[in-house]
Design a protein. Sequence first.
Length: 159
Amino acid sequence: MRSPDPSKPSYIAKVKKIVSDYNGDNVKVHVRWYYRPEEVVGGRKKFHGNKEVFLSDHRDVQAVDAIEGRCKIHTFKNYRKLETVGNDDFYSRLQYCSSTARFSPDRIAVYCICEMPYNPDEFMIQCDGCHDWFHPACIDMTVEAAREMEHFLCQSCLS
């Protein structure tokens, strides 16, 4: 959906229903809005990916000509499997209640020794022993060195 401010990105909404008057004029779309992390209470966090959006309980009716195009909202699991992420690919792993400023689910899995949720924009290496994921910087390793490793064991598995 077109943003009234051309310097800001388009809004993202799920079209629920398209309606028109008797003549087929005045076409409206009923939508359910997706919010970006910077649009919610608390703002963008380190673990939010660039393409992360939250399905909200905020519903609205818009003129059909506000639609700019189509995008694809993937589950977090399916987004991680994409070989190529296009401009119109986004993912959602949480829902946001705009009236209470709460997320559902209220907890998500954390990884690494920093105990942060997974951010698909940041490279992580998986331990061959415990199968946990780690940010290279958190284990005193460069991303380049981590990418070159065929096998990796974390400090806990080495002990």
